[in-house]
Structure formats: C-alpha cells, structure tokens
Design a protein around this ligand. Structure first.
Ligand code: SF4
Ligand code: SF4
Length: 406
C-alpha cells in the first residue's frame, strides 16, 4: 500500500469513526461503547492522538509547527486562469506539511480572507506570498503592490506573473478593440446589444441606491509582476510543475525549521540555464522542414526531434527544467518556461531557430526564398505561437497602432 493510500485510509477511517461517535443511530449504543465491544474495531482515540504512533512516513509529513511558530502564507490570483492557484495541490500529501508550517492568511480561492484583512497587517507580516497571473487591470496592480508591501518574500509564480503569459497576447490589441469585440461582436453579446437602442458597455463606477460601486479598470497593456514591484523569486511554468513546487517548499522548510539560507534573490526555482533541447531525449538531426504539421496529422516518430518531423517546437528558445514531459509525449514545447537567461526575446530566438532549419539557402538549388516563405506561411499565428507566454515581457511588448487605428 502506497503512502497516499495509507493517508487516505487513515483519514477515511478517522472520519467514519468521528461520524459514528457524533451521531449514534436511534436505539444504537454510542460508537465508543460499540468499539469497546468489538475485538477488531480499534477506538478512534488510539489512531488520531500522539504523532509518535503515526507511521514514520506520516510523521515526516507532519513536522509540527516550526521552532519560531507558524509562518504566514498567501497566494493570490491576478490575470490568469486559476491553474496556478490549483497547482499548489499537485504536491499531494505534502500539503499536510504546508499546513503544519504555515497559517494561510490570504488565498481567495481556498480561504475566506478579505482584502481589508491584508490591509490591516503590518508591512512584511506575511512571510511568503505566491503571486500568480499577470497585471492587466487596476485591481491586479493594487493587490500586487499591497501584497508586496505586506510580504517578506514575494514569489512571481507561473508564466503569467513572470512574462504576462497568455493574457499578455492581449497586447496585440488595445482596450477599446477588446471591449468592442467582447461586448458587441461575440454571438451572445451581439444578441443582447441588438435589443438595446445603443451599445451597452461595463462602466467602472455605478451609483447604486446602496452607494457607489466600482469595478477594476482594464489596462491597455498587460504587464509582468516585476514590471511593477520588486520580486524575490520566480517559479516558471504554466502552471509550475510539481518538481518546482517541491524545490520551493524544500527551501522554505529548510529555512523555517533548520535555519538554512534561502536561495539568492532572483533565483528561478526549479529551472535550468540550458535550453529544453539540451534536456529533451529526442534525437536532433537538423533535417530541413518541407511541410509544417501538427502532431495529430502524422505518425510521430518516438525518438526523432519533433522539429525534424515538421512539428514546430519552441524547445530551442525555452529554458529547461520541466523534464520535457510534452516532447516525451509527442507534443511540441509551447515555451511556458520562458526564454533562457542568455536571450531576452523568446519569439525572436525561436525565429532564429526556425531559420537555422534552412541553412542551405545559398548552396541548395532546390530551395529558394519563395519556397521557404511558402513553408513558413503554414505556421498559423506565428506571433501567438512564438510569443505565447512572453509577449508582455519582450522588447516590443505590444502592438502600436498608427494614428487613425491602422
Ligand atoms: S501561468 Fe498558466 S496556469 Fe498559471 S495562471 Fe497563467 S495560464 Fe493559468
Ligand atoms: S526542438 Fe523540441 S523535440 Fe526537438 S530536441 Fe528541441 S525540445 Fe526536443
């Protein structure tokens, strides 16, 4: 029986016992009395009390509060999908250690903390905050600044917080275009707008009988967390991998229970300085692409580099550290670990990598520029593909319209 099964069994049995003890069925003896009468039914008190009686694996997961008392932990969700919020649970039973080590003082998706509770805290009172999601409206910005002020350690957690992530692709448009599309062109909204004498858009303030209501102001430009505040650590990924969370948790446990030094400020937790291609087990032969394909369109060779098979893979322009689960599963890397430290432009770096697949331009009579253009035009949405996670943090981080909206 695995550790997880043991723990699940432990809590299931304890839960059943508690229910029995709390609600004896009509005309039935209380569970404690029944337990005494039953030779093979162990009383609950013997199972849940002293940790000395727990299996060793469970004792390791439940170290008790740190010598200096529990630390304070917060997790907040800016402009993101919620995947980062949920990813913390990927550490499975180690969440028990988090519970022993920390009081969760603010984590809107999981506990009922309010912004005013955070505002009432002392500066630096929260030991560590994980901030996920990008900054694309006034509320994201306010909460990021507030949590920075109230936290000793601020972690930029996930691709959206680190580089704007997928919300950053909104930088290809401005707020007016986005609002116009969402509120007048999408089928459901169009049906509603057709019933109105003039288009109705959300207002940032509204005078209700109970008082003035506010909703956040949507910004024209999506930004990363460290464009706005000082960040202590980064955890890349979309969402971060369990292995990275383990490294982060291990560093915190070492620091809080044993006084170990934390990693240097600015460390990318669980990431490597190499590119994914250096970590990926697929064999690279630098074959020339003749046709761009998606994985479902071909019988993918299990050992050969995906680019050599015509599948555009962002691995050459992406930082390693994830263990290449996507490429091992015959899916191309999408770039969620961001660019390596050696380059600031993931998309431009990827463009260079793709261009290097045509080194024969000068000496191969069978291929010319038109042919290359024809092949490359098969890449649907190259900007969105090459900058899927990092547009907001790139050198040219947004589309700029000429006067007149062109
Ligand atoms: S990094 Fe990925 S998982 Fe996390 S909020 Fe952004 S889109 Fe969601
Ligand atoms: S391009 Fe993709 S599939 Fe090929 S070696 Fe690099 S990471 Fe692996």
């Amino acid at each position: 029986m695995g550790l997880k099964d043991k723990i699940m069994g432990f809590f299931k049995k304890a839960g059943e016992k508690m229910e029995e003890a709390a609600i004896p069925a009509k005309n039935e003896k209380p569970a404690a009395e029944k337990a005494e009468e039953s030779m093979d039914d162990t009383p609950i008190a013997q199972e849940v009390s002293p940790k000395a009686e727990l299996p060793p694996e469970l004792k390791a997961l439940l170290p008790g509060p740190p010598p200096g008392g529990k630390i304070k932990f917060a997790h907040y969700w800016g402009a993101g999908c919620g995947g980062c919020d949920v990813s913390l649970l990927d550490i499975n039973e180690k969440i028990l250690t988090v519970n022993d080590m920390a009081d969760v003082v603010f984590w809107p998706i999981a506990v009922d903390g309010k912004t005013k509770d955070v505002e009432a805290m002392e500066d630096g009172e929260i030991t560590v905050t994980l901030f996920n999601g990008a900054v694309r409206n006034s509320e994201n910005e306010h909460m990021l600044k507030l949590l920075r002020q109230k936290s000793t350690i601020l972690v930029s957690y996930g691709a959206c917080a680190m580089w704007g992530g997928m919300p950053g692709l909104a930088n290809l448009h401005n707020t007016k275009e986005i609002m116009d599309y969402v509120y007048t062109k999408t089928p459901t909204m169009k049906a509603f707008q057709d019933t109105q004498s003039e288009p109705v858009f959300p207002q940032t303030t509204y005078q209700a009988p109970e008082g003035e209501l506010h909703i956040p102001v949507l910004y024209d430009t999506v930004r990363a967390a460290d464009d706005i505040v000082d960040v202590d650590y980064y955890v890349p990924g979309c969402p971060p991998m369990q292995t990275s969370i383990d490294v982060l948790l291990g560093a915190l446990i070492g620091h809080v229970y044993h006084g170990s030094d934390l990693p240097p400020k600015g460390t990318l937790i669980g990431a490597s300085e190499k590119t994914l291609c250096e970590e990926c087990p697929r064999k690279k032969e630098n074959r020339r692409i003749e046709k761009v394909v998606e994985p479902h369109e071909i019988d993918v060779d299990p050992d050969l580099c995906l680019m050599d098979q015509g599948i555009i893979c962002i691995g050459p322009a992406t930082r390693a550290g994830c263990g290449s689960p996507c490429t091992i599963a015959a899916q191309p890397c999408r770039g969620c670990y961001g660019p390596t430290g050696a380059v600031s432009e993931q998309g431009a770096s990827m463009l260079t990598a793709v261009a290097s697949l045509f080194p024969v331009l000068d000496n191969d009579p069978n291929i010319d520029e038109d042919e290359i253009m024809k092949i490359m035009s098969q890449i649907k949405d190259p900007l969105g593909y090459f900058y899927q996670f990092s547009l907001a943090k790139s050198l040219i981080n947004r589309a700029v319209k000429e006067k007149g909206g062109k």
